[in-house]
Design a protein around this ligand. Structure first.
Ligand SMILES: Cc1cc2nc3c(=O)[nH]c(=O)nc-3n(C[C@H](O)[C@H](O)[C@H](O)COP(=O)(O)OP(=O)(O)OC[C@H]3O[C@@H](n4cnc5c(N)ncnc54)[C@H](O)[C@@H]3O)c2cc1C
Length: 480
């Protein structure tokens, strides 16, 4: 039998993980190990996983840490023999800008949902009215009828009131997903919340008993928040390690090349052909590790369920990395960062662009130096693309003005860098789960497999998991 051919489209971490699983020990390299070709649009591999040289360090400008309680990233780190570079997050807790000041996040939050009314009894971040709504949830919980799914916003607003939704849940969950809680699906993003709402009774009590059951806060914010880990060489150094392993296994890695079409060739020796501007690669199976709308554009003509993936929107964000003189910059005394709720007043009718600040060298000790602090500012949400209208200099100036307002004392800037992620984070909106389920089923029937941040969760571990899962689907397809 001729050696099978698999093309992986997209060289983000999902595509790299799929190629790794297809070519590697999981597939027990032998005559059945397929020829694997990975085609990436960009000049470099890794997608959102990226590092730069900055202020004398290697700095992540995409993801900088992964949840330690999810196994997928750690397993890969282990397999790539990078275990000695693992670094646990060195700080805990976070701050949130509410009622005109930075407030230390209280204990007892599950993804922003307060589960410990006592911890909030005198917390100045919430008004008395909001605290009363929390007390009411304990004693006289609002009855809410939820079906298969509801938005996170609808559940939290109905049960705990607007202020908790806007001031705590939106900055935490909306921050991780760069989306709006009034659009995000509870079923896909925060299943424990949906479960608690369905059961009835107090939301806070139900969540408090169950603990966090979905992706944790980006900053490790809030007590009970999960621990994060990174690599001392930057999380982005996973990409170089994967690239090396794939090259050693004979995977063909093509950069700066867009896949332009997938054609079915049922009467030929291979069922598929994958086109780029200058080549055609025959394939027995294809892993589509591209953002959902790209996957829809490439595969949609072969099936309506795949075309429907064009409905998965993504949020663009920018990351502004700043090296600020340490002696003249004042950070909050503890914590990994400061969250800024949406629509926080700025000047006149204008609202802040910054959605969160992360104190990078507090999180990751290998980044610490005596003379500067590293602050990362996040801007952009699914419905806030104002950063796109500003060039890098203007964006840095605006962000610095906001950082000064948020932190008070900010010393001279030693270095600044802007990373733009125009289609960064897939939005899991209402109806996401059935949409994905249908697309996956149809893809499988056609000899296609779907991988990436649009399917099993937006975090790096989930994305690695989706790549490996897609590879296993391809193997199963060959076995049947
Ligand atoms: C700023 C930022 C911070 C984040 N922080 C964290 C964090 O701290 N922890 C965490 O766990 N997660 C974090 N995430 C999420 C995580 O990084 C991403 O979800 C994950 O990296 C997505 O990987 P992916 O392979 O699915 O997609 P991508 O990285 O987007 O890769 C898709 C690839 O497909 C390529 N492509 C597109 N069209 C074509 C085509 N026609 N032909 C060929 N190739 C094509 C693209 O160029 C791209 O490289 C963050 C994301 C961002 C943007």
């Amino acid at each position: 039998m001729a050696r099978r051919s698999v093309v992986v489209v997209g060289g983000g971490v999902a595509g790299l993980a799929a190629a790794y699983e297809l070519s590697g020990p999981g597939a027990s390299r032998d005559a059945t190990t397929p020829r694997v070709e990975l085609i990436e649009l960009g000049e470099r591999l890794g997608g959102a996983l990226a590092t730069i040289e900055f202020a004398g360090r290697v700095l992540d400008v995409g993801p900088d840490g992964v949840l330690a309680r999810r196994p997928e990233a750690l397993a890969l780190v282990d397999e790539l023999e990078l275990g000695d570079r693992l670094e646990p997050i060195a700080a805990s807790g976070a701050w949130i800008w509410l009622r005109g000041a930075a407030r230390e996040m209280p204990d007892g939050l599950t993804l922003g949902v307060p589960t410990d009314a006592a911890a909030l009894r005198r917390w100045p971040g919430l008004s008395r009215r909001a605290r009363w709504a929390l007390a009411r949830d304990r004693r006289w919980p609002v009855r809410l009828s939820v079906g298969d799914d509801a938005t996170i916003g609808a559940i939290v607003r109905a049960k705990l009131g607007d202020e908790v939704a806007r001031g705590l849940v939106e900055p935490l969950i909306g921050g991780i997903q760069a989306g709006r809680i009034d659009e995000l699906s509870a079923r896909s993003v925060f299943p424990a919340l949906l479960e608690a709402a369905r059961r009835g009774g107090s939301l806070a009590a139900a969540l408090g008993a169950g603990g966090p059951a979905s992706p944790g806060p980006r900053h490790g914010a809030g007590s009970g928040g999960p621990a994060f880990v990174s690599l001392t060489s930057g999380l982005g150094s996973l990409v170089g390690a994967l690239e090396g392993a794939l090259a050693a296994r004979g995977v063909v890695l093509r950069r700066a090349t867009a896949v332009t079409a997938l054609r079915r060739t049922p009467s030929g020796p291979y069922p598929w052909e994958v086109d780029t501007a200058s080549t055609t690669t025959p394939a027995d199976a294809i892993v589509l590790a591209t953002p959902a709308p790209v996957t829809a554009a490439l595969a949609g003509r072969h099936d309506a369920a795949l075309a429907a993936l064009s409905r998965v929107r993504s949020a663009g964000v920018a990351v502004v990395s700043l090296s600020l003189e340490r002696a003249t910059t004042t950070l909050p005394p503890t914590g990994t960062g400061l969250l800024v709720p949406l629509a926080t007043a700025w000047s006149g009718p204008d609202t802040m662009l910054v959605t969160a600040l992360t104190f990078l060298d507090r999180k990751w000790p290998h980044l610490r130096r005596d003379d500067d602090v590293l602050v990362r500012a996040h801007v952009g949400r699914s419905d806030d693309a104002r950063w796109r209208d500003l060039d890098d200099d203007a964006l840095v100036t605006r962000v610095l003005d906001e950082v000064r307002h948020l932190l008070g004392r900010v010393g001279p800037v030693r270095a600044a860098h802007v990373a733009r992620w125009p289609a960064a984070l897939a939005q899991y909106e209402l109806g996401h789960a059935p949409l994905v389920e249908a697309a996956r089923t149809r893809a499988r029937d056609l000899g296609l497999a779907l991988a990436g941040a649009a399917y099993d969760g937006v975090g790096v571990p989930a994305t690695i998991g989706s790549g490996r899962r897609a590879a296993r689907e391809v193997r199963d397809h060959f076995a049947n």
